[in-house]
Every structure is written in structure tokens, then in C-alpha cells.
Design a protein around this ligand. Structure first.
Ligand SMILES: Cc1cc2nc3c(=O)[nH]c(=O)nc-3n(C[C@H](O)[C@H](O)[C@H](O)COP(=O)(O)O)c2cc1C
Length: 220
């Protein structure tokens, strides 16, 4: 199978989507004859060209980070470029990968429905959506994200063998659906620590004080 993979992270250089995709591809290409082509989609011209590659592809995986419970603007632009293909894709296999910061799968469920809708409107064979939270630091610490990366490899491998995204495997991978009640307390403490150690450090690096970060230039 030839799989065209679109990476819609707007970030230049290394990004979490790419780190996850690398492992997925490794697994996918274990099966002889499988070949994945990675297409970077992060500027205006690329969205237009990607629409042509989409039309020509045998099978497609569209991967991107969750932005505000939805998608980066560029992915929306890309979908809009596909409008001429509505109802004309003749069962082309299409799947999605959505990764993001929060741990729970529930954050991406509304988007998942939208993606399924888009695929069906194009007359594609919707294969499913790989949903994975807790991916914020993938570019920084691959060792800390071993389970996440091994999971991506295993999904790629099984998909490579069967040409199907296994629903049970995807559900196991994206768990937990929502955090257990007792973890809320842990999260509260954790978020305080993350704010202190990570965000405040980032602000400092960019020459911004914590007070300034709460500025509301359009508030008055
Ligand atoms: C504008 C913006 C909106 C985001 N919205 C969400 C969100 O709604 N939920 C979430 O869990 N993470 C959110 N994130 C975090 C990204 O999904 C996360 O950092 C992701 O791993 C980035 O992937 P990338 O490195 O491939 O671009 C957001 C990040 C940005 C920059």
C-alpha cells in the first residue's frame, strides 16, 4: 500500500506531529511493499499543492495538532481546497491523526465526528481517527514518551498488515477518555508546577514578566 501522510502542524522545524508520525511510519513499513510519503503542510502554497496530492493518493492519513478543540487554520484551508472533490473520491481510504496537550481523549471527540463527516462527504472510506493526548513534549523528551511512541509504532504496524485502523487498538491508545476523579487534585498541583517551571521559564526567555502575560490590550 502507498500511503500519503499530510503533516498539518503549522510549526516550522521539528514538531510533535512529526515525531509521532515517524514511529507510525516505521511500523507501517515493516510490511513488505508498504511505502509512506510524508507531505509537509504549513504554508499557503503547501495547502493548495496538498489538495492535488490528496486527489492523486491511493490512501491518506491527515495528521495535525488539536487547536482550541478543533484544528489549525491551515488544515481548514486544506479541507476547503478539497471542495471540488466532494462526492467524487470513489472510496479512497482516509484516516486522521490528532495529537494534543491534554491527556483525555474526550477533548478530540467532537472534532472526530467532524472529520468523519468530511471524509464521508468526499465519498472516502473513513478508516478512523488516531487520537492521542499528552503529546506536548514529544520533541523534547522521547524517552519520557516511550509508551506514546511505541503505541504509534504498533498502530502503524497493524495498519500496515491489515490496511485497517483497529477500533479497539485506537481506543486503548487514546485512553483515558476522561480523568478519574481522584486525579483532579493531582492535576491541580501538576498544573501549578507546570505553570511555574515551564510557562514562567518560557515567558522569562522571551523577556515577558508574569504580570505582563495577563495584559489585555483589547480589554478596555
Ligand atoms: C493555538 C493553539 C491551540 C491549542 N489548543 C489546544 C487544545 O485545545 N487542547 C490541547 O490539549 N492542546 C492544545 N494545544 C497544544 C497542541 O495541540 C500541542 O502542543 C501539540 O502537541 C502541538 O503539536 P505540533 O508540535 O505538531 O504543532 C494548542 C496549541 C496551540 C499553539
Amino acid at each position: 500500500m502507498k500511503l500519503s501522510i499530510f503533516n498539518g502542524s503549522p510549526k516550522p522545524g521539528v514538531n510533535n506531529t512529526a515525531v509521532l508520525l515517524e514511529r507510525f511510519i516505521e511500523g507501517f513499513e515493516v510490511t513488505e511493499g508498504n511505502k509512506a510519503q510524508m507531505i509537509r503542510m504549513n504554508h499557503e502554497q503547501a495547502y493548495k499543492e496538498a489538495a492535488l496530492s490528496f486527489e492523486a493518493a491511493e490512501a491518506v492519513l491527515i495528521a495535525f495538532p488539536l487547536y482550541s478543540y478543533a484544528m489549525p487554520a491551515g488544515i481548514k484551508t486544506f479541507f476547503e481546497q478539497l471542495e471540488p472533490l466532494l462526492g467524487k473520491c470513489n472510496g479512497k481510504k482516509v484516516g486522521f491523526l490528532v495529537q494534543y496537550g491534554f491527556i483525555e481523549a474526550v477533548h478530540a471527540r467532537a472534532l472526530e465526528k467532524y472529520l468523519e463527516y468530511i471524509a464521508k462527504a468526499l465519498d472516502c472510506d473513513y478508516m478512523g481517527t488516531i487520537i492521542k493526548g499528552g503529546c506536548d513534549g514529544l520533541t523534547k523528551s522521547k524517552r519520557g514518551a516511550k509508551k506514546t511512541l511505541t503505541g504509534a509504532y504498533e498502530i502503524g504496524k497493524k495498519f500496515g498488515e491489515t490496511k485497517v485502523l483497529d477500533k479497539q487498538q485506537l481506543d486503548d491508545y487514546s485512553a483515558p477518555e476522561i480523568q478519574k476523579q481522584q486525579n483532579v487534585l493531582v492535576m491541580k498541583v501538576l498544573i501549578k508546577i507546570i505553570n511555574k517551571v515551564y510557562w514562567e521559564k518560557s515567558l522569562k526567555k522571551n523577556g515577558i514578566s508574569v504580570e505582563e502575560s495577563f495584559a489585555k490590550p483589547y480589554g478596555n
